[in-house]
Ligand binder design. Structure first.
Ligand SMILES: NC(=O)c1ccc[n+]([C@@H]2O[C@H](COP(=O)([O-])OP(=O)(O)OC[C@H]3O[C@@H](n4cnc5c(N)ncnc54)[C@H](O)[C@@H]3O)[C@@H](O)[C@H]2O)c1
Ligand SMILES: O=c1ccn([C@@H]2O[C@H](COP(=O)(O)OP(=O)(O)O[C@H]3O[C@H](CO)[C@@H](O)[C@H](O)[C@H]3O)[C@@H](O)[C@H]2O)c(=O)[nH]1
Length: 428
């Protein structure tokens, strides 16, 4: 099929490259010229395992990028909207980009004679596809949804770092539609996928995405709450959750306590769901607490550090890990951000290391020291904080080069046995 992808970020680039690898003709549209150039050169604008190989194989063949909506809509039969849906100043979802993309597509549908389906893939609060995107598409095109063109909602569940794998091997595919013809077109794209395909109306599809993320975030905050209690009782919460997760009804996943969840999705999506609930006169207390517990974890870590280094002024503190999780260069909502902020507020000298994310963190904290290896960061440090679950931290053994070997572990990466270090796990 001929597909256009609107927005070439994490979701758009991966969706475009994967659909191309499945034999479709894909055109990606973005408003950012650098991203478009990068895609056309076969260079991923973001880091994702396996993405470079896919772009190299398909760029210039059945995958290209453009700034031109005319070109993209004219040469495709289905468009996936993959633009950002950030949080606005009031904590609710900001649908500005979805509106802009819908208008841009709608204007090009005006003179298009063949049938076209528009699919919202961005994470949007329930009723957005029906009450925001569709009226804009209709107004801009002068045509009727469900009659002259199709509309659908197809939420994306990929994880950063494993995005290509997750897109190609999802646990499920959700296809939302209030129009069976559009839904059938979307479904045909996933022919060959072995997972369950759930067909629902658009607002249910939108809600499935939020509830999935809110539930995963809740599992993490629940594990952190348990971990905070375990820490005070001298119990290893990881052993506790191993025992708990063996119950098939609970599952062993997303029970790792520590610094909490970051990333471009969980914090924003839980906030957006709370905001949407407020619109319909409901105050979701559990979801609010999920965020509170999460925001509290970096402060817990700082408290532990101060037990061992009470005065942080001019102390050299190594922060290992800046990305919001391992295997990505993304720092959005990374827990390292509030950690570094608090260290700087106390007058500490921060030396930071991350295998991939330093260049992004430099935009947030241009004046801290960035080094190229974890060993360098540990050299002469008065303490070290592990903020991201990069696998390489498990192998660290240069703590002897620290001025004082104080290690505060936010991700259970360091095994203190035989290392001669002063070790504190945040929840264990
Ligand atoms: N990142 C993830 O892991 C993930 C996973 C599932 C769902 N989502 C959801 O997918 C959506 C996109 O997220 P992302 O992380 O890919 O965003 P992103 O910020 O990485 O990329 C979005 C892209 O859209 C472009 N853009 C903005 N306005 C545009 C417009 N009017 N026309 C064309 N392009 C435009 C931007 O320039 C950018 O390149 C969000 O709703 C997000 O919640 C994200
Ligand atoms: O047991 C755990 C698991 C994760 N995390 C943290 O949670 C955050 C999010 O991790 P993860 O879910 O792996 O990354 P994302 O790429 O943000 O993916 C989530 O958000 C995406 C965007 O909506 C969804 O598509 C995915 O299904 C959903 O897992 C990270 O900061 C992790 O450190 C924990 O603290 N404990």
């Amino acid at each position: 099929m001929r597909i256009s992808i609107i927005g070439t970020g994490y979701v758009g680039t991966v969706t475009g490259a994967c659909f191309a690898s499945l034999g479709n003709d894909v055109i990606c549209v973005d408003v950012d010229a650098r991203r478009v150039e990068s895609m056309n050169a076969g260079v991923p604008p973001i880091y994702e395992e396996g993405l470079e190989e896919l772009l190299k194989a398909h760029a210039g063949k059945n995958l290209r990028a453009t700034l031109d909506y005319d070109d993209a809509i004219a040469h495709s039969d289905i468009s996936f909207i993959c633009v950002p849906t950030p949080t606005d100043e009031g904590g609710k979802i900001d649908l500005r980009f979805v509106r802009e993309a819908s208008r841009s597509i709608g204007q090009r549908l005006k003179n298009k004679s063949s049938y076209h389906v528009v699919v919202v893939k961005s994470t949007v609060v329930p009723q957005t596809t029906q009450s925001v995107a569709t009226p804009i598409l209709e107004e801009a095109s002068g045509k009727k949804a469900g009659v002259d063109f199709g509309v659908g909602m197809n939420p994306e569940f990929l994880r950063e770092g494993k995005a290509v794998h997750d897109f190609m091997h999802p646990d499920r595919i959700v296809i939302g539609g209030d129009d069976p013809k559009a839904q059938a077109v979307i479904k045909s794209l996933y022919k060959g996928y072995k997972c369950p395909i759930l067909e629902v109306d658009t607002k249910t599809a939108e809600m499935i995405k939020y509830v999935s993320n809110a539930f995963l975030a809740t599992k993490i905050s629940f594990s952190n709450e348990v971990g905070n209690i375990c820490k005070r009782l001298g119990i290893d919460t990881y052993k506790v959750m191993e025992g708990v997760g063996l119950d098939a009804r609970i599952s062993p996943f997303f029970l790792n306590s520590g610094l909490g969840f970051g990333g471009s999705c969980f914090p924003k999506d839980v906030k957006a769901l709370i905001g949407k609930a407020a619109d319909v006169d409901y105050e979701p207390q559990l979801l609010k607490t999920v965020l509170l517990v999460n925001d509290h974890q970096p402060q817990m870590l700082l408290k532990l550090l101060k037990i061992h280094v009470p005065d942080l002024k001019d102390k050299r503190i190594a922060v290992l890990g800046l990305a919001f999780k391992n295997d990505t260069d993304d720092i959005r909502e990374s827990r390292a951000i509030p950690v570094i902020g608090s260290l700087l507020a106390e007058g500490a000298q921060v030396v930071a290391y991350d295998p991939m994310a330093s260049r992004h963190m430099k935009k947030v904290y241009p004046n801290i020291e960035y080094v190229k290896t974890a060993d360098e960061a540990l050299m002469d440090a008065d303490a070290c904080i592990v903020a991201t679950e990069w696998a390489e931290f498990k192998k660290l053994d240069s703590f002897g080069n620290m001025r004082r070997p104080v290690v505060i572990d936010g991700r259970k990466m360091i095994d203190p046995k035989g290392k001669n270090i002063i070790y504190e796990g945040i929840c264990w």
